[in-house]
Design a protein around this ligand. Structure first.
Ligand code: SF4
Length: 257
């Protein structure tokens, strides 16, 4: 008994103080990508083609920007620009309510806003979610599982994963939605009682990720399903997912706080 108490006291509290105490990341952590337009003349030949993802975008007027939803968080995405215009910040917050909210000139995203008052009162500040792996590498699922461990402890915020869509308030979809999973995704969505949420987790679910362009995938959640929350990452850090869900529930300020 005393040994148990000694070990318990020695270990202290392992649960993250996020969102109250912020979050600390190791030096090598790659958070939200940023783009410095001052370092980009927009004239370097082939930089978009050398990029291993669709992170960099070019608008009709030739200006370069970032699509954070397409980011694979690979070191090569930063080094492809020899002028250092692309960098990775230590900011884990990047979930947005809209797909276009992840696209900007400088990499800033429109952070997710809360559901309207009616939806929040229906969900009662809690969420029951059904996870659907629709052709993923399991990286995103590993981070969803990590959300339940003692460090992130998702359940303390009233968010839990359930076994049946009939018991769920919404779906968490991971993976690029392979051809043979589309029917399963749609039927799971239909089986979830309305009003229901759809949360796209990871680059694959947002735009196909590394599988984008394959004839076997739908390049992410198809337009037929209305997505309420887009969470970038490959895979997203558990705090990126948690931050997005708490913003959706109105548990964090709508502004960047
Ligand atoms: S987004 Fe990345 S980690 Fe998640 S399923 Fe796709 S390849 Fe795997």
């Amino acid at each position: 008994m005393f040994e148990f108490l000694r070990v318990r006291a020695q270990q202290g509290t392992r649960t993250s103080r996020f969102p109250g105490g912020g979050a600390e990341f190791p030096e090598r952590f790659r958070g939200r990508p940023a783009f410095d337009p001052a370092k980009c003349a927009g004239t370097c030949p082939g930089c978009l083609e050398r990029m291993p993802s669709d992170l960099m975008t070019r608008s009709a007027d030739g200006r370069v920007g970032l699509d954070v939803g397409a980011c694979l968080f690979a070191p090569e995405e930063a080094t492809v620009c020899e002028r250092g215009a692309v960098t990775f910040t230590h900011d884990c917050r990047m979930a947005s309510r809209s797909r276009t909210g992840l696209i900007s000139r400088d990499g800033e995203v429109d952070l997710a806003t809360a559901l309207d008052a009616r939806m929040r009162s229906l969900f009662g500040r809690s969420l029951r979610l059904r996870s659907v792996a629709a052709g993923s590498c399991n990286g995103c699922e590993a981070e969803l599982v990590a959300l339940g461990n003692v460090v992130f402890d998702l359940a303390r915020f009233g968010v839990q994963f359930v076994a049946s869509p009939r018991h769920a308030d919404g779906l968490v979809i991971t993976g690029a939605v392979s051809a043979n999973m589309w029917d399963a995704v749609y039927r799971t969505w239909e089986a979830t009682p309305a009003p229901r949420l759809v949360i796209a987790v990871g680059a694959c679910a947002i735009n196909g990720g590394p599988f984008r362009g394959s004839a076997e995938v739908a390049n992410g959640v198809p337009d037929d399903l209305p997505v309420d929350l887009w969470i970038p990452g490959c895979p997203p850090h558990p705090l990126t997912i948690l931050d997005g869900m708490l913003r959706l529930l109105g548990r964090l300020p709508d502004a960047a706080g």
